[in-house]
Design a binder for this molecule. Structure first.
Ligand code: FES
Ligand code: FES
Length: 154
């Protein structure tokens, strides 16, 4: 049975078992490899994407549960010519170190700002607390989220 998903604005038919984690649908099925595998058990946040505007852990989201949903991955957040405010702030603050966790961090931060446009430090820490970074980029993540919030405020 094929499942329909809208991924980064494009409707895709996915011919994979319904219990396939969304992470593997994206990476293996659609070759969108910006979304990373970290732990596989919803404990690190590296695989974060948006499903119907909410940040979810794609390693623990089944294809059958995401069917007909709107999925956004890091590849669909902005373009090199037109970066999302979060991506521009990440560049401005040179947030990434090894980079492995960063697409998940950015997707989580984008979902935070969509819901809470001017977050406090405490709100940032709470929203981002499940996204681990072995390089310890947390202070720069926080600064970049504030910077993107200021940009979006205009
Ligand atoms: S790979 Fe999904 S939360 Fe770690
Ligand atoms: S930048 Fe290396 S794990 Fe976060």
């Amino acid at each position: 049975m094929a499942y329909s998903l809208t991924v980064n604005g494009e409707t895709r038919l996915i011919d994979m078992p319904g219990d396939t984690p969304l992470l593997w649908v994206l990476r293996d099925g659609l070759h969108l490899t910006g979304t990373k595998y970290g732990c596989g058990v919803a404990a690190c946040g590296a695989c974060s994407v948006h499903v119907d505007g909410q940040a979810v852990r794609s390693c623990q989201t089944l294809l059958e549960d995401a069917a007909n949903a709107e999925v956004t991955t890091i590849e669909g957040l902005g373009t090199p010519e037109n970066l999302h405010a979060i991506q521009a702030a990440w560049l401005e603050h040179q947030v990434a170190q090894c980079g492995y966790c960063q697409s998940g961090q950015i997707m989580q931060a984008a979902a935070l700002l969509a819901e809470t446009p001017q977050p406090t430090d405490a709100e940032i820490d709470e929203a981002m607390g499940g996204n681990l970074c072995r390089c310890g980029t947390y202070p720069r993540i926080r600064a970049a989220v504030h910077s993107a919030a200021a940009t979006l405020k205009g």
